[in-house]
Design a protein around this ligand. Sequence first.
Ligand code: ZN
Length: 273
Amino acid sequence: MTSKERASLKELQSLDIKLRNIGSTIDNFEVELEELEAPTLKLGQEIEGLGKRLQELSLEKKRLELAILEKRERLDKLEERMNQVRNIREETAVHAESDMVKRALKNDEQESLAVTEQIRKMTDRMNEKTTIHTESMAEMEPLRKGMISEREGAESNLEKLTQEREDLAETLDADERAVYEQITSGQGRLAVSELTEDGACGHCYSVVPLQRQNEIRHSEELIRCEECGVILTPETQVVSSSNDLESGAIEEIEPIMSEVETPDSEIAEVSDA
Ligand SMILES: [Zn+2]
């Protein structure tokens, strides 16, 4: 493995770390957006429910008003008939019917009053909720727009970096890439690490034998840490920003020892190829 190829592997890893971070940023946006919209959405549904109930009540009120009107007309007619009764029997009958209609009318009128009162209260409640809803929409909208545009930025960044990663991956030796992908196939695994200044693995800090260190620094072979399986590269002299990123990300990365199968045999395969 030439130093250029080692640099490429490290660059690939640094792109993968960035891609993972952007990915989780985008996932977080979804959750945050939902949390932001939830109270306003709930209020909107409550207002919609009140609106439906109000519609039902106003239909009920119309029905009652019509019934009241009919009963009043009927009472007028009964009064006319009362003037035309010819005997006591007829008078008693008209009286009885008239009393019955009056009672029914009274019921309808009371019910109508109750419905009117219910409509008034419900309209007040709906108006209150609508005011709060309008305010919370106005508060939410700029935050929502900001989050959406941030997410779009992250998405286009993700697209750009994904393309960059693909382009870079194509330039790598297929076997080396296979080893890299095998190590990183678990979530968030580190595949490439530098030697430390005192010759230890930069990932698990186990000491690398001197001869191995020399091979890492000078040979073309892809050499992996015998303890944890990461691909080892020589230490860089200058601390670059991509190094900061790697070391910052290491904390989140689990040890990969248990997942890696016999790194030695892979080294043999790779160097045979
Ligand atoms: Zn190691």
